[in-house]
Design a protein around this ligand. Structure first.
Ligand code: SF4
Ligand code: SF4
Length: 379
């Protein structure tokens, strides 16, 4: 993903309906017409039983500090935005609100709160409503659930039912970065949550792919995150850019209703917007094959298969996700703030006095080497 902020030709030539900001001359009008014809069509999918029609490209606002980038996406027709109470210490929701302006009713806003006590969650929802400058949230997710038992927590379920009844929240769901396939499957029994935001990319396991398909067939709305498998850049990729190919791979799975790649710059918005509706092709597969080889040892699939291997209880997957934020997203602040949320038992403290890492990964992730780099960054 390119990091430089630029409006370039993208912002000069496209608007919500693909109308061009023309300059008046015949040549520029002809060129503009050609660009209109090349503008990608908006593609909508239904978010399971919510019935919400989502543009297949949503806007992942987690790291977006410039509301103009979100505004541009809205002008292009992107109709859903993903934020969370804790992103940017609560300021991210305010940035989203600035971009949304008076178009609140036309847009679908997802936010997330940490699953805590009913009192704290009540305060969080009120804070989110205030920050979003709205009297309702379209989709409220419990942030980062990990265990199947989380889906039965009565305090949380009662709270969600209450805020729905009060009209503060339209639909409820959860996000998950760990043990995703088990949670997707468990939700089929519990049938409580309407929407699941899950990690999903071309390196995800067949088990996760199949769990997503089954959940979608049961009318659960599936939103995919971490779609670009960390967004790593590496000299070994040469001229090939894997990020569009990776997003196409996820978009080509019809069980995914919406994707929310993290978008920070106008260039990234352009890159992502252009692939909406594109079919994945031979060249994409070749690119992803090479990208896969580059990231295989680095990218934790967050599958949870190694959980329990470390006797000290280190949160191996969470720490590697933080490392991905630092090395892939190149966002050290995000990495450090996520790392700071881990408890002393979960963080790298035990690793400092451990002589030999015994954790092995069936997916070929170099856990010991990754944790050593994480120690240099976080410990
Ligand atoms: S280190 Fe490997 S086994 Fe553990 S969560 Fe990551 S991908 Fe799964
Ligand atoms: S280095 Fe030791 S303490 Fe750290 S994850 Fe590996 S086994 Fe656990």
């Amino acid at each position: 993903m390119k990091q430089d902020v630029s409006r370039r030709t993208f912002i000069q030539t496209t608007t919500a309906a693909g109308i061009v900001l023309g300059t008046g001359s015949f040549t520029s009008q002809a060129r503009a017409q050609e660009q209109v014809q090349k503008a990608p069509a908006l593609l909508y999918r239904t978010l399971g039983r919510t019935g919400l029609k989502m543009t297949l490209l949503g806007f992942g606002a987690m790291r977006t500090s410039d509301p103009a980038v979100i505004r541009k996406a809205i002008d292009l027709g992107v109709n859903n935005i993903d934020t969370a109470r804790r992103y940017m210490d609560g300021q991210n929701e305010e940035i989203v609100a600035k971009a949304v302006g008076d178009q609140r009713k036309e847009l679908i806003i997802t936010t997330k709160i940490p699953p805590t006590t009913p009192e704290q969650m009540t305060a969080d929802v009120e804070a989110s409503l205030k920050a979003l400058n709205s009297d309702y949230i379209d989709i409220l997710l419990l942030h980062s659930l990990k265990r199947e038992s989380d889906l039965k927590n009565e305090d949380w379920l009662n709270f969600l039912q209450k805020v729905k009844k009060e009209g503060k929240v339209r639909f409820v769901g959860f996000s998950t970065h760990n043990n995703m396939d088990a949670l997707l499957t468990a939700n089929l029994q519990e049938k409580f949550f309407d929407v699941i935001l899950t990690v999903y990319n071309f390196k995800s396991s067949e088990t996760l792919r199949s769990a997503i398909a089954t959940a979608a067939q049961a009318d659960i709305g599936i939103i995919a995150m971490k779609t670009q498998a960390g967004g790593y850049e590496d000299a070994a990729m040469g001229e090939l850019s894997p990020h569009q190919s990776a997003l196409k791979w996820v978009m080509n799975d019809a069980h995914v209703a919406c994707t929310i790649p993290s978008i920070v710059t106008f260039d990234q918005l352009e890159e992502n917007f252009k692939v909406m509706g594109s079919k994945i092709g031979w060249m994409d597969r070749k690119t992803l094959h090479r990208y896969g080889a580059v990231i295989d040892g680095r990218l934790c699939r967050m599958c949870g298969q190694c959980s329990g291997q470390c006797q000290a209880g280190v949160a191996i997957s969470d720490i590697q996700r933080c490392l991905m934020y630092a090395e892939g997203y190149r966002d050290l602040q995000l990495a450090q703030s996520n790392y700071a949320e881990l408890s002393a038992q979960q963080n790298l403290r035990a690793c400092a006095t451990c002589s030999h890492c015994t954790v092995t990964c069936p997916n070929g992730v170099q856990v010991a080497a990754n944790l050593q780099r994480a120690q240099q960054l976080f410990a």
